[in-house]
Design a protein around this ligand. Structure first.
Ligand SMILES: Cc1cc2nc3c(=O)[nH]c(=O)nc-3n(C[C@H](O)[C@H](O)[C@H](O)COP(=O)(O)O)c2cc1C
Length: 169
């Protein structure tokens, strides 16, 4: 696993709880699952708060962060201090999505609005399969962020053992 797990593109996922409060976390485990209709899947640890949000609301936004969001992307993947609001802490600007309630992250390279069509328990994570209802792309896309491996060829932008976030040089 250690030899195989990186590099891996990394994304942010948002979803609201049943009170309408938005949450955001960093996700490395994601994949496309269909061209027509466009679909994608994310694997979320069963203990994450956002797991309940996605299960309850049946929706999420997958946002693709660019190089300018390396610290945010690392930070949204580290344990929260108390009740801290990650949107405020990382100055994450949101916008209302077109077809779902989970917020878009407007500084990201792209945003995908997803409606959950399938939910599969896969051990300690659940795979949520989403139908992409709408997608948004930033007019000036930068390089996609990745979880870097040990080899050369990456520009590292944010680090916290064991995570190294960066871009391909
Ligand atoms: C680079 C990176 C990738 C991650 N990938 C995933 C993932 O694919 N699935 C997941 O459930 N958690 C993943 N995590 C962990 C969560 O983002 C992290 O536990 C987050 O703090 C959970 O939010 P919560 O404290 O609000 O529940 C990742 C963390 C990092 C730093």
């Amino acid at each position: 696993m250690d030899l195989w797990k990186t590099p891996e593109r990394v994304v942010l996922v948002t979803s609201n709880d049943t009170d309408g409060v938005p949450h955001v976390i960093t996700v490395g485990w994601k994949m496309r699952t269909s061209f027509k209709p466009p679909m994608l899947a994310i694997a979320i640890n069963n203990n994450r708060y956002i797991h309940r949000c996605i299960s309850d609301t049946g929706e999420f936004v997958l946002a693709v962060p660019g190089a300018d969001r390396a610290e945010t992307t690392l930070g949204c993947g580290l344990p929260r201090e108390g009740d801290e609001d990650r949107f405020e802490k990382f100055s994450l600007k949101t916008e209302k999505a077109g077809l779902i309630k989970s917020p878009l992250l407007i500084d990201c390279v792209a945003n995908f609005e997803c409606h959950v069509v399938n939910q599969i328990e896969t051990g300690d994570h659940t795979v949520f399969v989403g139908d992409v209802l709408a997608s948004w792309v930033n007019e000036k896309p930068g390089k996609n962020l990745i979880i870097a491996g040990e080899s050369e060829g990456y520009e590292l932008l944010a680090e916290n053992e064991p995570y190294k976030i960066g871009v391909i040089k």
